[in-house]
Design a protein around this ligand. Structure first.
Ligand code: NAD
Ligand code: IPM
Ligand code: MN
Length: 359
């Protein structure tokens, strides 16, 4: 038996609901494939603020560091939106990413054939879409200094954030992106705003220089405004996309919608060494929290990514992805992916359907 230590961070809103489904799925697959999971639950986000006053207690970071992988659901909610910045749930998530040095966020957007009708775009536009967004996760405008709200000489308030990247930061995310593209169709599109921003010019120059080491990858560059448009116009032109923290945040939500719902998109946040964090692309969905309406599939697929990337258990990952395909074939749909002739179910019932599909 292989034993793995997994830190669970259910967080806020729909987080605990979708996490419960993923844990049931992992336990079932573990039992079938002789994998033992030692789950340790820890606090992050609003749940941590309520219990300890801080969005990322020291204890949580310690537990994460001592584990083989971290499975995170989502953080945030109206209740904490007016707290000072350092006490907000989002600050906890950013602290987790920087604390574990998770500079590379892989966000695959793949359309499953069963969900083509759930996409808001036409069948011929989305059929066969398979994009990997490689988002830089510990730099850029999310972390640059100076930052804050300052008073000017004339007594005005001035809000400041700084978009900055060092050549080292660009090179390390660039390498991950080229290597990712090599394992895919060999096409890499680097997205920036080099026509306006100095930081983007450096980004473009470094990515271009790196490409000499990857002759088997076809590199193109695109401005971020055009990229947003092209993702909706003809997404099949993209294979692998590499971009900075903020552009990647925005473009990956747009890419998510190609697949029918943001409730379908998993992600992996990885560093050079140490445990990675596996988390859905979506947030805590406070508008549907506590109503058993959430789609748990992004969380379940994040658990599959964890098995594949962190634990080197591809057969177990395949099994989970197969169960997702099966329940969709059987017609089970949560509200966000509902279309005619399908069976609308809640989060729990989707979980039960998955367990049946696995048995
Ligand atoms: P969101 O992703 O939580 O929700 C956007 C919309 O998508 C909502 O209508 C929601 O109901 C729907 N949705 C999201 N996930 C779904 C699912 N699994 N099933 C069905 N529908 C789903 O984004 P938001 O509303 O902008 O943010 C809400 C909170 O989440 C904020 O506090 C934000 O900071 C936080 N957030 C956290 C993360 C994270 O933890 N990684 C990511 C994004 C947003
Ligand atoms: C995400 C979220 C986070 C981000 C927030 C909640 C800090 O939107 O994971 O995509 O902007 O990175
Ligand atoms: Mn986001």
């Amino acid at each position: 038996t292989s034993t793995y230590r997994i830190t669970l961070l259910p967080g806020d809103g729909i987080g605990p609901e979708i996490m419960a489904v993923a844990v049931d799925v992992l336990k079932t697959v573990g039992g079938q494939m002789d994998l033992a999971f030692e789950f340790e639950e820890a606090l992050i986000g609003g749940a941590a603020i309520d219990a300890t006053g801080e969005p990322l207690p020291e204890e949580t970071l310690k537990t994460c560091k001592a584990s083989d992988a971290v499975l995170l659901a989502a953080i945030g909610g109206y209740k904490w939106d007016t707290l000072p910045r350092h006490q907000r749930p989002e600050t906890g998530l950013l602290g987790l990413r920087s604390g574990l040095e998770l500079f590379a966020n892989l966000r695959p957007a793949t359309i499953l054939p069963q969900l083509i009708d759930a996409s808001s775009l036409k069948r011929e536009v989305v059929e066969g879409v398979d994009i990997m967004v490689v988002r830089e996760l510990t730099g850029g405008i999310y972390f640059g200094s100076p930052k804050g709200v300052f008073e000017t000489e004339t007594g005005e308030k001035r809000g400041v954030n700084t978009m900055a990247y060092t050549d080292r930061e660009i090179d390390r995310i660039g390498k991950v992106a080229f290597e990712t593209a090599q394992k895919r169709k060999g096409q890499l599109c680097s997205v920036d705003k080099a026509n306006v921003l100095e930081v983007s010019q450096l980004w473009r120059d470094r990515i271009t220089a790196l490409s000499a080491d990857y002759p088997d990858v076809a590199l193109t560059h695109m401005y971020v405004d055009n990229a947003a448009m092209q993702l909706i116009r003809w997404p099949k032109q993209f294979d692998t996309i590499v971009t900075g923290n903020l552009f990647g945040d925005i473009l990956s939500d747009a890419a998510a919608m190609l697949t029918g719902s943001i409730g379908m998109l998993p992600s992996a946040s990885l560093g050079a060494s140490g445990p990675g964090v596996y988390e859905p692309v979506h947030g805590s969905a406070p508008d549907i929290a506590g109503q058993d309406k959430a789609n748990p599939l992004a969380q379940v697929l994040s658990a599959a990514m964890m098995l594949r990337y962190a634990l080197d258990q591809p057969a177990a990952a395949d099994r989970i992805e197969q169960a997702v395909t099966t329940v969709l074939d059987q017609g089970y749909r949560t509200g966000d992916i509902m279309s005619e002739t399908m069976t609308q179910v809640g989060c729990k019932a989707m979980g039960e359907a998955l367990l049946n599909a696995l048995s």
